[in-house]
Ligand binder design. Structure first.
Ligand code: ACO
Length: 428
């Protein structure tokens, strides 16, 4: 028999359908609640609210499981490439070797951006945060591809926008870094792989014969896979909600980049390194900072610890921790900040406060350490996250559009003044 939930309100009993997902997650369907009772639910931060039914990513925060389209993140991170994972997330199945070759070819043929993008880039001061620049440049693509403004076009045309987004984001991301460095931009090289091309556009100069280090490219490939999707997080929900008004993919992704920027979301990787440097400059007293994080009267939090969903461990953190050790070993990097990170991790993992609240290092605790080791400057860390998350945003946007989801428009409980009479200014 189908499960039902009962809601008792004002002496009435309302029956609500119960929905079960393929992994047995359960939801009470309240979509008819307001129409039938006049009441709404209140759930600040959507901690208990499912905004959609999705077939893209499954995660179980209690058991530390993360799967893209049913495939374990551990296997994908170990064995696949970022573009293979992008294909899987966006189109739903693993590509055959022919599918993947065609996908990679198409992407490599669209890496160049319109030359006028350079004049937009030149308009930004060098101090501009690269996330702001990236978000603006992605939004500016609507001007170069005006047909993309209509998200109701044919599947082929939508696919063209998808391919262009994946192809051009590394170019725009690397150029936002070049703007910050006031260095000439490096044009894409279509003979290189996705990660190799990005690294070259970041670090090469017109005067250099730059060789991409395969250790760095492989580390980047893994990092991008680990960040590729994470179901209905703040930025994915933003992409879906912006797209639900039938805004274009570029506009929706640009909004996703803005949502990712904050230190409680993607900006945490930058905040982690800044925090570790602060602890180092302050004498390296890890206990002092753990005490600050536990002090309720102090707003300081341990950046890179805690997660809205993972309350036992973040499976991505386990993979990335191992990768960080390997990359640092292979590159021969010794970093005092890494020693602080290791001490902090040990102290926090053995501390009752963190254990009771289920606060463990998340993916961003370690990703910043790798980015630093491969020479990515701190304020580019979140841009790297955006690069990884793009296929997830695209998959979420595409699924939302294909399911014909209604415009996202939450309700509220009004707590302001009740009706008052307007008083003309001279009588106030
Ligand atoms: N350091 C110290 N205390 C913390 C931390 C932390 N990093 N994170 C949570 N807490 C405490 C809170 O003070 C709160 O304590 P209380 O119950 O006594 O009030 C309790 O743990 C629950 O915290 P919430 O903020 O309610 O948990 P929520 O699920 O809303 O937030 C979040 C999750 C935002 C990730 C939070 O843990 C945090 O701010 N972490 C640091 C920032 C960070 O690393 N963000 C990256 C997330 S991963 C990602 O986006 C890829």
């Amino acid at each position: 028999m189908a499960k039902k939930a009962e809601l008792h309100i004002d002496g009435e009993i309302i029956e609500l359908p119960v929905i079960t997902g393929t992994e047995n997650e359960t939801a009470i369907d309240i979509s008819r609640l307001r129409a039938e009772t006049g009441v709404i639910t209140l759930d600040k931060g959507f901690k208990n609210t499912g905004s959609t039914q999705s077939g893209i990513t499954f995660l179980d925060g209690e058991k530390g499981i993360l799967r893209y389209r049913g495939y374990a993140i551990e296997e994908l991170a170990e064995e696949s490439s970022f573009l293979e994972v992008a294909f899987l997330l966006i189109y739903g199945e693993l590509p055959t070797s022919e599918d993947l070759a065609a996908f990679e070819k198409e992407i490599s043929e669209h890496t160049l951006v319109h030359e006028d993008v350079r004049s937009i880039l030149d308009g930004f001061p060098s101090k501009a945060h690269p996330m702001g620049v990236l978000s603006s440049l992605v939004s500016s693509l609507t001007a170069f591809y005006p047909k993309s403004l209509d998200p109701n076009r044919s599947v082929e045309e939508i696919n063209g926008t998808i391919i262009r987004s994946i192809a051009k984001l590394p170019t725009l991301a690397a150029w936002s870094f070049k703007n910050r460095m006031r260095q000439p931009v490096i044009y894409p090289d279509n003979s290189l792989g996705y990660c190799e091309n990005f690294i070259r556009m970041m670090f090469s100069l017109p005067t250099l014969n730059y060789e991409v280090n395969p250790v760095v490219a492989s580390a980047l490939n893994k990092l991008l896979i680990l960040h590729a999707d994470h179901e209905q997080n703040c930025s994915a929900s933003t992409v879906r909600i912006v797209g639900s008004s039938h805004a274009s993919l570029y506009a929706s992704v640009s909004a996703g980049i803005a949502a990712l920027w904050g230190p409680l979301h993607g900006g945490a990787n930058q905040a982690v390194i800044e925090m570790l440097e602060q602890i180092k400059d302050d004498g390296g007293d890890v206990d002092k900072y753990v005490a600050k994080a536990k002090d309720r009267s102090d707003s300081f939090r341990l950046m890179g610890f805690g997660h809205r969903v993972y309350k036992s461990f973040d499976p991505r953190a386990t993979i990335i921790k191992k990768a960080a050790d390997e990359v640092l070993g292979q590159l021969g990097v010794e970093d005092p900040v890494l020693d602080i990170a290791k001490k902090l991790e040990q102290v926090a993992l053995n501390d009752e406060y963190f254990k009771v609240k289920g606060l463990y290092p998340n993916v961003d605790f370690y990703s910043g350490i790798i980015y630093r080791a491969i020479g990515i400057p701190t304020d580019m860390f979140t841009v790297m996250f955006a690069l990884g998350r793009l296929p997830g945003w695209i998959a979420q946007w595409k699924e939302m559009r294909e399911n014909g989801e209604p415009i996202g428009r939450p309700r509220q409980i009004y707590t302001g003044a009740t009706e008052r009479k307007y008083v003309p200014i001279e009588k106030r």
